[in-house]
Write a protein that binds this ligand. Structure first.
Ligand code: GAL
Length: 407
């Protein structure tokens, strides 16, 4: 066969595969080391399936990225798929008829039977139709500790928040920052949320967050939460970083003793080559009340008015929920999979703690599912003021009750 014929044959094969490959632009806010390693697994899987992932990473937190995503969808410049958190963030987009119905994909792949907990699929379901593919379970209620800071102090690694606070003076005296906290609204809000369950306990957390019981919200147990938040505020002095992963890096490099952060912090420890249990310790529920809220991420698909693109969107939705993708992505992301029928023997000690809590049913819905984005934004604004100033815990407590009373 002449060379030209071979080249023509080869180019025909290439063009055939590229013709079959549909490109989808996928937006997300996963730009830290661990997050990028994880989202690369999704892109790799989509490309290997014969389509093409065009990465649309948006730097900054979800609070920066979501307005951009929403304005592109409502402004007639939609992407192929986008990340949102489980909950109500895309509700108005769905109600405006801008998002693709995935119910046929869900039924063809038995999502109702395989996705666990079912609250994740419930959060994607509006008027009986399914509009998102859940990809992970993330829980914010973790305390991450540098083992080396405590070894160097000759102190035992704390086993809970109270022991952590008690160790702060010794940590400070050694020139370290007790609590690493990035200077973004959602991070102080996350810390506050984690302390609610840890300090007030699950029953009081449910009374306020699920039953909207304002008497409990205004009561002594929540006064203790705000007192603990004031303690944490003092422990965070000296953090002086912006992004959450910069705060995690302070713990990884043993400049800070601990950080309250979601289990996505695991991705950073992993990229840094640190070993759970050896180099760092993770305490779900801050070691006091080991319950995890089942927040996390899902992908939504704007309508594109293009049959080929829509077919590729549905292929991607199915792929994101598939067992192999779930293992490859969540092991890198530090999150838990959205299905129980996957082999996670490669999970590290911290992920195993999360899986055990999930299996034991020690879980609760995430704030993203319980409060409107508007209420969450007002609470975030209050938390920024509280953590950045010397606003008295009693005053912050009163203002918090006012905000959530009008959810
Ligand atoms: C959360 C998201 C996580 C993590 C975190 C920090 O909203 O669910 O996947 O990336 O933001 O960016």
């Amino acid at each position: 066969m002449k060379l030209t014929t071979k080249l023509l044959a080869a180019s025909a094969i290439v063009s055939a595969t590229t013709v079959g490959a549909t490109e989808l632009e996928v937006t997300h806010w996963w730009t830290s080391g661990g997050e990028a390693a994880a989202v690369a697994e999704l892109a790799k899987a989509f490309d290997a399936s014969g389509d093409k992932w065009i990465d649309g990473a948006i730097a900054g937190s979800g609070g920066t990225a979501r307005p951009i995503m929403i304005s592109r969808i409502t402004g007639g410049d939609p992407m192929g798929a986008t990340q949102f958190n489980h909950g109500q963030q895309a509700l108005e987009l769905v109600e405006a008829g801008l998002m693709l119905d995935l119910t046929d994909v869900a039924e063809a792949n038995n999502w109702k039977d395989v996705i666990f907990p079912s609250s994740l699929l419930d959060a994607c379901t509006i008027d009986g139709r399914i509009y998102c593919a859940p990809v992970n379970i993330h829980s914010p209620e973790w305390l991450w500790l540098s083992n080396k800071v405590y070894e160097d102090l000759g102190l035992p690694v704390p086993t809970n928040w109270n022991e952590f606070v008690a160790s702060a003076d010794a940590v400070r005296a050694a020139g370290k920052v007790p609590l690493a906290l990035g200077n973004q609204p959602w991070q102080s809000n996350l810390a506050f949320g984690a302390m609610q369950v840890a300090v007030a306990g699950l029953d009081n957390w449910k009374a306020v967050n699920m039953d909207k019981n304002m008497d409990v919200a205004a009561g002594a147990e929540y006064a203790a939460v705000f007192k603990a938040a004031a303690d944490a505020r003092a422990l965070a002095v000296g953090s002086n970083v912006q992004d959450w992963n910069q705060a995690t890096n302070l713990v990884i490099t043993d400049q800070a003793a601990g950080q309250i952060m979601g289990d996505w912090a695991q991705g950073e420890f992993q990229v840094a080559g640190e070993v759970a249990g050896t180099d760092y310790t993770c305490l779900p529920g801050l070691g006091l009340n080991a319950y995890l809220s089942t927040g996390g991420d899902a992908f939504y698909f704007p309508k594109l008015d293009d049959a080929d693109k829509e077919a590729a969107q549905k292929r991607l939705a199915a792929l994101l929920v598939a067992p192999e993708t779930q293992v490859a992505f969540n092991l890198k992301k530090g999150s838990l999979p959205i299905r129980g029928d996957v082999d996670l023997s490669a999970a590290n000690d911290c992920m195993k703690k999360g899986l055990e809590l999930l299996a034991a049913g020690n879980v609760m819905p995430s704030g993203d599912m319980l409060w409107t984005p508007d209420t969450q934004k007002q609470v975030e604004d209050l938390m920024v003021e509280f953590w950045m100033t010397d606003l008295a815990p009693e005053v912050a407590h009163e203002r918090w009750v006012d905000i959530i009373s009008n959810n």
